[in-house]
Design a protein. Structure first.
Length: 322
């Protein structure tokens, strides 16, 4: 069993046994670190302190489980978004277009990608999700040499598991397509399809000739696109509650972070900073969010300083010599 799989399995197993009361947790379990892939530092300690405060009934900052909402961006927050968004590559694959030269690939916004996704209208939602999952399982990242579904950030997956074990409802709020993310999020992160908020294509309920029914994708977008202020609209539309934890990585997440920050109760806002050569080093598209994080005192997660490993030692770029 690979180290990464074993760590996630051990985290879940210990949580099940200890929280369900099947066995008494031995002293060693009390020292178990659910954020094993995080270096000791202000970011990790801030996460642990916040979770302890909002889950302690004797704390002034206690939050009941029904209001423990944690919101994560996806691209660049839970998995890599370079050299281009993975959904864009899937769209090109489905259209039969040759994959681009990654060294010369221009970056596209999430809005551009979701507009390109309109070209895949006429498919049923089930066919779309099946084809997306096949692509993610069988196509490999050009730098890391593993299927795209494996280029998730190990520390962030641990964070999702840690929050879920403390009765947080964890959601993804992404500018990417909702059907695309639903095809893999539960297996990759443990986040179920009903907890995905994303840019959406209009669908139509169709009766087929044999009397069966399907949902067919139409060449129209549900407005607004789920990026920038549209993310706040999506959260209110689908959840009706403010998150108390929000994690993003770019200017597209700024409004969602502001929305979380501007409330009376406890809140934790975090911004993933891509400063690590084990992945890719870049600030482009996050300049405003980084300035706001500094001004408001939000937690900036340095991938270089705060992550013991990015993807798992077996596929970190530094281990591969890229």
């Amino acid at each position: 069993m690979k180290k990464r799989t074993f760590l996630v399995f051990l985290s879940i197993l210990l949580s099940v046994f200890c929280l369900a009361g099947f066995v008494g947790c031995p002293p060693a379990a009390a020292d178990y670190d659910p954020l094993l892939s995080w270096n000791q530092g202000a970011a990790k300690q801030g996460i642990v302190n916040f979770v302890q405060q909002v889950t302690n009934p004797n704390s002034d900052n206690y939050v009941r489980p029904s209001d423990r909402i944690a919101m994560f961006d996806n691209d660049g927050t839970l998995w890599t978004e370079k050299p281009t968004t993975i959904q864009r590559l899937f769209i090109l694959d489905q259209l039969g277009n040759p994959l681009p030269d990654f060294k010369e690939l221009a970056s596209l916004s999430e809005k551009d990608v979701i507009l390109d996704d309109l070209q895949l209208h006429g498919m049923t939602t089930e066919d779309y999700q099946q084809k997306a999952r096949e692509f993610l399982d069988n196509s490999k990242h050009p730098d890391f040499g593993v299927p795209y579904i494996k280029v998730t950030y190990q520390p962030m997956v641990e964070l999702v598991n840690y929050l879920r074990s403390n009765d947080f409802k964890v959601y993804i709020c992404s500018g990417g397509g909702i059907d695309f993310i639903r095809s893999y999020a539960e297996d990759a992160y443990g986040i179920p399809p009903e907890n995905i908020i994303g840019s959406s294509i209009q669908t139509e309920f169709i009766t087929k000739d044999d009397g069966s029914h399907v949902l067919v994708r139409k060449p129209e977008l549900v407005q607004p696109i789920n990026t920038k202020g549209g993310k706040v609209v999506g959260i209110e539309r689908y959840i009706g509650k403010k998150p108390i934890i929000t994690v993003g990585n770019s200017d597209g997440d700024l409004e969602m972070l502001q929305y979380t920050d501007e409330q009376d109760g406890p809140a934790l806002m975090m911004l993933v900073h891509h400063d690590d050569p084990r992945e890719y080093v870049y600030d482009t598209g996050a300049e405003n969010a980084l300035r706001e994080a500094d001004a408001r005192g939000w937690t900036v997660i340095s991938m270089k300083e705060d992550f013991v490993t990015v993807f798992g030692n077996e596929i970190d770029k530094s281990e591969k010599g890229f």
